[in-house]
Design a protein around this ligand. Structure first.
Ligand code: GLN
Length: 483
């Protein structure tokens, strides 16, 4: 029997298009697997009925109409901060527990027109604020490689679902690293597109000057194909950029010789676990073998990236989350004395601890008397970081380094210590501050028990170049037989 779980996305859709497997069979295969893997808690909601009905509809479409659908019959899992019409979008929060989306996010619409089948909604840190998928109202998600460990976060439900074979691909969101860090922890590919490449219409805002939606897949080729489908200009998102979307999946091959890849000194000089340090070293040697010139670069302002992100990010959060006041949608406290009391009780009951912490921090940095000292100053330092990166890209074509300072940590290890948790994003945040595309791909050094990812960061809108290097590294890694 054909092992549906091992097919790439293009193989899967190819076979479904040709009628060798039915969309229904494919959906059933992954749904069964997802039910068997309940202990991981990757999904907030599995939509068996909806997925199978949709798959049957696809199976009845005639050959001609199918032909243009690039993900025909491909099952997909969607992070639960992205709207799917008629389904709950909880953001992992009590406050949105019963909120039903009235419309589809643009990315969801694009996936549906490409023939994808939505399996369900995946777990996340509450409102995507976190690095461990431990703060969801719907419970923690576990790492399929070791159930005592975190899958990373905040897209931990999506990366765990793909790693455990419950879905061949998923959507995640990345504000400070939430696609790449969990991809690294779970041993899958996670790509954050350039700011503006993919529409955020229908994504619940967290920190909109950083938020991006992106693909989570088992390999680079699949990530390229998914990006091709979800990218493109959308007049409904004013930050979406009007430029052509290359056929990324057809641009993956090619010689890397002569390419210049920078390694950020501040990112490899210490603070890495031995396994991560060795992995990055190995990946660097592999790139050299492929003809790439490795160039050390120093980006001094990057030391402030985490601080800048948590000032600007919380500022944006505090104003965005004002809309959850119990008036128009979401949870409302059941008893209160007046309007202000209703606001207070609703928010106290509806939000978890980490979200409250960020609202308080954000309100503080935006308040009169502190705004100049914190928010404005952080904006200025953000510009310095952007300039640092711009200067680096005058000398190199791409940057490479660790995705995260460590492999997957234990559940419970960091949750009581927010500062340590915030430092998990030290290597991923710079790409968000500067809006640059970045990818994490699993890279196996000899004998590692847990997966480790390496990160590539590219120039704005050079996802094609980035995917090409990622693909070369991936194929070199599998050929050297270290898996
Ligand atoms: N872990 C980071 C944070 O807590 C990033 C989250 C994200 O990218 N959504 O803000």
């Amino acid at each position: 029997m054909m092992d549906i779980g091992r097919l790439s996305l293009s193989e899967l859709s190819g076979k479904a298009l040709a009628g060798e497997i039915s969309a229904e069979e494919a959906a059933r295969w992954f749904l069964t697997r997802a039910h068997e893997q309940q202990q991981i808690n990757a999904f907030i909601k599995l939509d068996d009925e909806g997925a199978l009905a949709r798959a049957r509809t696809l199976d009845s479409i005639d050959t001609e109409a199918r032909a243009s659908m690039r993900l025909f019959g491909v099952p997909i899992a969607i992070k639960d901060n992205i709207c799917v019409a008629g389904e709950t979008t909880t953001c992992g929060s009590r406050i949105l527990q019963h909120f039903v989306s009235p419309y589809n996010a643009t990315v969801v619409e694009k996936l549906i027109s490409a023939g994808a089948v939505i399996l369900g909604k995946t777990n996340l840190d509450e409102f995507a604020m976190g690095s461990s998928t431990e703060t969801s109202f719907f419970g923690i998600t576990r790492n399929p490689h070791d159930l005592d460990r975190s899958p990373g976060g905040s897209s931990g439900g999506s990366t765990a679902a793909v790693a455990a074979g419950c879905a061949p691909c998923a959507l995640g969101t990345d504000t400070g690293g939430s696609i790449r860090q969990p991809a690294s922890f779970c041993g899958v590919v996670g790509l954050k597109p350039t700011y503006g490449r993919v529409s955020r219409y229908g994504l619940v805002a967290f920190a909109p000057s950083f938020d991006q939606i992106g693909p989570i897949t088992r390999n680079v080729r699949d990530a390229a194909l998914m990006l091709e489908v979800i990218a493109g200009h959308d007049p409904r998102d004013s930050t979406s950029v009007n430029r052509p979307v290359p056929e990324f999946s057809k641009l993956l091959d090619g010689d890397l010789s002569g390419l210049k890849v920078g390694v950020i000194k501040e990112h490899v000089e210490g603070g890495l676990t031995p396994l991560v340090a060795k992995t990055v070293q190995d990946a660097m040697l592999a790139l050299e073998r492929l003809g790439v010139e490795i160039i050390p670069v120093s980006l001094p302002h990057l030391n402030y990236a985490v601080a800048v992100y948590y000032i600007l990010g919380t500022g944006e959060t505090s104003s965005n989350l004002l809309r959850y006041d119990g008036v128009r949608y979401g949870h409302r406290a059941s008893s209160y004395s007046d309007l202000v009391d209703m606001y207070r009780k609703t928010r106290r009951e509806g939000f978890g601890q980490e979200v409250k912490r960020r609202i308080i921090l954000g309100t503080f940095v935006l308040s009169t008397g502190y705004y100049e000292a914190y928010y404005l100053k952080a904006q200025r330092v953000r510009t310095l970081i952007i300039q640092d990166l711009r200067t680096a890209f005058e000398r190199v074509d791409m940057l490479m380094g660790p995705t995260s300072p460590q492999e997957a940590f234990k559940i419970g290890e960091k949750i009581e210590d927010p500062l340590t948790m915030y430092l998990s994003d030290i290597f991923t945040i710079p790409a968000n501050l500067a809006g640059l595309p970045a990818i994490s791909i699993p890279y196996n050094s000899e004998g590692n028990a847990l997966p480790v990812g390496v990160q590539l960061i590219a120039r704005s809108f050079d996802e094609a170049g980035m995917l090409r290097v990622a693909r070369a590294l991936e194929s070199d890694n599998s050929q050297t037989g270290k898996e």
